[in-house]
Design a protein around this ligand. Structure first.
Ligand SMILES: O=C(O)CCC(=O)C(=O)O
Ligand SMILES: [Fe+2]
Length: 262
């Protein structure tokens, strides 16, 4: 993993080729398609413009156990994320285990318009310690026809927001089902439109340091059956070890270990 870590530090992103076997990718795809067909969709009027123009399945980890198992459990991804996002002063969890958390997971298929260049770290900065990292689990082939993710290499350290006039300078990341593309969320990135009739699904998982707010209340909404099936490590990545205590009588420290997991 050292080469991948070096590449992320220098270029802002890396590709883990064949990180997930095709059988598992097909199961993930079946589940994405099932959710897309059968679950209620959020109101398009209150959906942010960028999401409205592409097909998005929100919070798949709340709907099928397979998503947490495969995405949170991938060992190569875990070692990269632990390197970049673990807090070394989080003593309540063993330092070889993740103490970062999932901010959100979506499945996204490119649509007829480009996804403009953006960052997902909310603020740019040029420090050597990222706060937010993203992994795209490639479900369908990403090429010029289906619409690849595009990036501006090394832009994660530019300490600036993504300028809209640089889209044409961004380079495409070609990838195949089962690859995982990992990037520092400060990297200027976007996606090309889908010019084909094929789908272009990817599962986009955003991970953050433990003290950053999650997109949704993913801990309080997680179905009981999914929670009970998870390992302590998976529960901690979902955020169960760093929910703020109600008051000083529940717990003083905002950081907790696996003992809070029931
Ligand atoms: O779909 C892609 O290739 C990129 C998606 C993305 O940047 C995002 O969801 O934040
Ligand atoms: Fe993004």
């Amino acid at each position: 993993m050292v080469n991948h870590i070096n590449e992320i530090e220098k270029e802002g992103y890396t590709i883990l080729k064949n990180a997930i076997d095709i059988d598992t990718v097909n199961k993930l795809k079946d589940s994405i398609l099932y959710i897309d067909e059968n679950w209620e969709k959020p109101n398009p009027e209150t959906t942010p413009r960028l999401n409205r123009e592409s097909k998005v399945v929100y919070n798949p980890e709340q709907k099928d156990r397979i998503f947490s198992k495969i995405v949170l459990g991938n060992n190569n991804l875990k070692s990269i994320l632990t390197y970049f996002l673990n807090d070394k002063f989080y003593k309540q969890i063993s330092s070889d285990k993740p103490n970062y958390i999932l901010r959100a997971m979506i499945a996204r298929s490119s649509s007829s318009s480009d996804l403009p260049l953006h960052i997902d770290s909310f603020i740019p900065n040029s420090g050597k310690r990222p706060f937010v990292m993203q992994a795209s689990i490639i479900i369908d082939k990403h090429d010029d026809e289906t619409g690849s993710t595009v990036v501006i290499p090394q832009s994660h350290l530019l300490d600036d927001y993504a300028p809209q006039d640089k889209f044409n300078e961004a380079i495409p990341i070609y990838s195949n089902p089962g690859d995982i593309v990992v990037w520092d969320s400060r990297l200027w990135h976007g996606a090309l439109s889908n010019k084909s009739k094929k789908s272009r699904w990817a599962l986009i998982a955003t991970f953050t340091r433990w003290w950053i707010k999650q997109n949704y209340e993913i801990t309080s909404n997680l179905p009981k059956e999914i929670y009970e099936d998870m390992s302590d490590e998976e529960k901690s990545i979902i955020g169960f070890c760093c929910i703020p205590p109600k008051n000083e009588f529940e717990r003083i420290d905002i950081k907790a270990g696996y003992e809070v997991l029931k």
